[in-house]
Design a protein around this ligand. Structure first.
Ligand code: NAP
Length: 266
């Protein structure tokens, strides 16, 4: 019987992860089954335990459960501990163990797929939720010269930035007069068609605006395009974090190019 994996979240019906992991399994010859599990509010731990009791070996965790997944785990990798968020659960051991592949997924999409240099870059990270937590330390480790975390709720930005040496925090208004080489939107504002209240002039010449959301042209990307920045959605990050999870679970890193190209082709 195939080894069982899946993605757990709420809602999760829209998730592309089952399709992505099916492609990875076919390409690598790994015998896995991968399903989507919708866990209702308050139902995360019960759903994970049921999956584990049924022999499930691993789960990806998506909105809104990454923080809860971290607290649920008995142990975690350093990158998950730095993020205090888990997007990859390993369940085929005595006690549940957590990892976080969002950061490496974003950095690989930026540097390998998009050919961007992070060394020396001035980076603005918008948002301080689960996704921002996962990528802040990896962005810093990739060599960014400076990182500012800006969030609607200032205290959350401050708490996040305090965990990474050299990172600074502010509210959106305090960004006036500052410009960046890379602006990553890790807010969920685009999900409701909203745009964080950002000042003009955020983009240096040649800057990239990256929205972690995918599958839609967000207000953020439209604003960035109008300001002359290059733009990219988070589809590449999605595929790269999935490949890293597959590597963690199966010990083999699938090639991502064909999968990403197929998703982009629609
Ligand atoms: P989350 O934990 O719920 O955090 C949401 C963040 O967005 C918070 O910082 C929140 O600010 C901010 N926010 C929400 N509405 C806003 C608005 N109208 N204006 C300004 N800020 C607003 O969500 P998450 O897990 O971090 O996910 C964030 C986004 O990243 C989602 O759209 C998700 O789909 C995407 N994502 C993509 C990938 C990928 O692989 N491409 C991976 C992970 C996440 P407050 O703190 O003030 O509430």
């Amino acid at each position: 019987m195939a080894d069982r994996y899946g993605v757990i979240g709420h809602p999760v019906a829209h998730s592309k992860s089952p399709w992505i992991h099916a492609q990875f399994a076919r390409a690598t010859g790994e015998d896995i089954a991968y399903e989507a599990i919708d866990a209702p509010p308050e139902g995360f731990v019960v759903a994970v335990e049921a999956f584990r009791a049924a022999g499930g070996k691993g789960l990806n965790v998506t909105l809104p459960y990454k923080g809860e997944a971290y607290r649920y785990c008995a142990g975690s990798t350093a990158r998950a501990a730095a993020a205090q968020a888990v997007n990859t659960l390993l369940l085929d051991r005595e006690r549940p163990f957590g990892d976080n592949t969002d950061g490496v997924g974003l950095v690989r999409d930026l540097t390998v797929n998009l050919g961007r240099r992070l060394q020396g870059a001035q980076v603005l990270l918008l948002g301080a939720g689960g996704a921002a937590q996962g990528v802040l330390a990896p962005l810093a480790e990739a060599g960014a010269a400076g990182i500012v975390v800006a969030n609607r709720t200032l205290a959350r930005a401050q708490a996040l930035a305090a965990r990474v040496p050299g990172a600074a925090a502010c509210g959106f208004d305090a960004l006036a007069g500052r410009a960046f080489d890379l602006v990553v939107n890790a807010t969920s504002a685009g999900l409701s068609g909203e745009l964080p209240r950002l000042p003009q002039g955020l983009f240096r010449p040649g800057a990239l605006a990256y929205d972690m959301l995918y599958g839609r042209d967000t207000e953020f990307l439209a604003m960035a395009r109008a300001a002359g920045a290059a733009t990219r959605d988070g589809l590449g990050m999605l595929v790269e974090q999935a490949a890293e999870s597959f590597l963690v679970w199966r010990g083999v890193r699938p090639d991502t190019r064909a999968v990403l190209a197929a998703l982009r082709a629609g």
